[in-house]
Design a protein around this ligand. Structure first.
Ligand code: ADP
Length: 497
């Protein structure tokens, strides 16, 4: 028996690459995953070898295609989703990168960002790109490569180099160097892209000293990105959908309406709120970004990040040895009546939006002789939900009040988190049946472009929710928790050792 109209979704993440084959009803037919090495050559530097990434993509695609073929799947298109902001510069003639990929987490360009801020460029950058001036985004990473690799500037000026985020690099390699393109969501994370005109911004290119000849062609998320050459992984397939990982997760969760919001809880937490055609400039340090362009229609989004979500659980497990496995946190949190007055602010690497205090450090408050491991674990889980509350509050102050939160990521296997989240946010929390929302989003995009799906409404009708968590927290307890959290945050911000 054959399964027609399947899609190969390529999900190139920060620590691993995955390939998933979906059938049109979004059943997973085949899946393959491969981790690759992280390089930390200096304090605050994080790099990937583009050749490792490429090899991992070739491997997982081959494996997934083989498995899918054995199950009778007929694959018709490819969708790509990827870690955002990570920057590659390569030689157009050889296709080889001239330096390792500088990863989104890399902080090496903090001095350049500080200098640009001191020169008064923040407001221009904010209003045009929707972003902040931070090493996180690609622009200063590109100019760092051009300034630090011998001969790179000359080559760039001679039009011999190409820049791309990981999607672009993969498209180049997959099409055998025929296509140099990116999608609008990845472009919107570079600090070089004007989200109003949906074009590269000439003034920003000058400001960051990036020659226009390096840039990929910007396409819609549903678009024609060329055909894979057989040498990539043995198949000729059209690439028809591309989006950055958080955007793809949002699409996989069918957040197509204004006010629809998803939150992904893995190592960190990422919230994305659809604001439809409205470009909302946040007054609370949230980022404004392109949610997607699908079939000519662009939606925008507000984005907020939680730096430490699951990482707090990893810390309890690996550094404090309080637990053996992450899943134990659910029964531990349930085993105590309340948090016993304990608040945990996991600001290991500073506080993100809405506080934006990179120098803040973590703290645990309210300890007594009666505090147990269960209380500490519970406070860690509560902190993820309370950080989400802060982001939703910031979004409300910016003018949007979501009625429901769609969650995904490794942490939401934990029912206790989902229930506490619903209570503290006072909105319904929905967990989808297919947890591979990022890969699914890329598959949806390719499926829309291939004509397998006719519209985002059709996808919304197909969307399956596994569980709904309704708010059940007594108002008095909720108020008390929010008050305690706010005090803990204020103390953390005030701490200066
Ligand atoms: P990433 O994609 O960032 O690697 P995942 O989505 O795979 O992350 O989620 C893994 C994270 O979720 C880890 O930090 C882990 O500690 C946490 N986690 C996994 N299962 C649970 C659970 N049942 N309860 C709480 N946290 C969990």
């Amino acid at each position: 028996m054959s399964i027609e109209n399947c899609i190969l979704s390529i999900d190139q993440g920060t620590t691993s690459s995955r390939a998933i084959v979906f059938s049109p009803d979004s059943t997973i037919i085949a899946i393959a995953q491969q981790e690759f090495e992280q390089h930390y050559p200096n304090d605050g530097w994080v790099e990937h070898d583009p050749e490792d990434i490429w090899a991992s993509i070739q491997n997982v695609c081959k494996q997934a295609l083989e498995e899918a073929k054995n199950k009778g799947a007929n694959i018709v298109a490819i969708g790509i989703t990827n870690q955002r902001e990570t920057t590659v510069v390569w030689d157009k003639k050889t296709g080889k990168a001239i330096y390792k990929a500088i990863v989104w987490q890399d902080r090496r360009t903090a001095p350049q960002c500080r200098e640009l801020k001191q020169q008064g460029h923040l407001n221009t950058i904010r209003s045009r790109t929707g972003l902040l001036l931070d090493p996180y985004f690609s622009a200063t990473k590109v100019s760092w490569i051009l300034d630090n690799v011998k001969g790179a500037r000359q080559k760039a000026n001679a039009g011999e180099l190409a820049f791309g985020t990981i999607d672009s690099f993969l498209i180049w390699r997959l099409t055998g160097g025929k296509v140099h393109a990116t999608d609008v969501t990845n472009a919107s994370r570079t600090n070089l892209f004007n989200i109003h005109t949906l074009n590269w911004d000439q003034e920003l290119l000058k400001l960051f000293d990036v020659p226009a000849s390096l840039l990929p062609n910007v396409k819609e998320c549903t678009d024609d990105y060329g055909i894979t050459c057989p040498s990539a992984f043995g198949a000729t397939l059209p690439i028809l959908g591309v989006a950055g990982d958080q955007h793809a997760a949002s699409i996989g969760q069918c957040c197509f309406q204004k006010g629809a919001i998803k939150s992904t809880y893995g190592t960190g937490g990422f919230l994305m709120l659809n604001t439809a055609e409205q470009i909302l400039e946040s007054k609370n340090n949230l980022l404004t970004t392109v949610a997607y362009t699908i079939k000519g229609k662009t939606h925008y989004a507000l984005e907020g990040s939680i730096f430490v979500a699951g990482a707090a659980i990893q810390w309890l497990r690996d550094e404090l040895n309080l637990i053996e496995h992450a899943f134990e946190t659910e029964s531990l949190a349930q085993s105590v009546e309340d948090n016993h007055g304990v608040y945990f602010v996991p600001a290991f690497a500073g506080l993100g939006a809405p506080y934006w205090e990179p120098d803040a450090r973590g703290a645990i408050y309210g300890l007594t002789r009666g505090t147990t491991i269960a209380h500490l674990v519970r406070a860690a889980l509560e902190s993820v939900c309370l950080q989400t509350f802060d982001l939703l509050k910031a979004m409300a102050e910016d003018g949007v009040n979501p009625q429901q939160l769609r969650v995904d990521g490794g942490m939401v296997a934990n029912n206790w988190i989902c229930q506490f989240l619903a209570g503290i946010l006072e909105i319904e929390v929905e967990r989808p049946k297919i947890m591979e929302t990022t890969a699914l989003g890329a598959a949806y995009l390719a499926g829309l472009q291939a004509g397998i799906y006719q519209s985002t409404q059709e996808l919304t009708l197909m969307n399956q929710i596994e569980s709904k968590f309704k708010p059940q927290m007594p108002p008095k307890i909720r108020q008390q928790r929010l008050k305690g959290w706010s005090a803990a945050i204020q103390s953390t911000l005030g701490f200066n050792a």
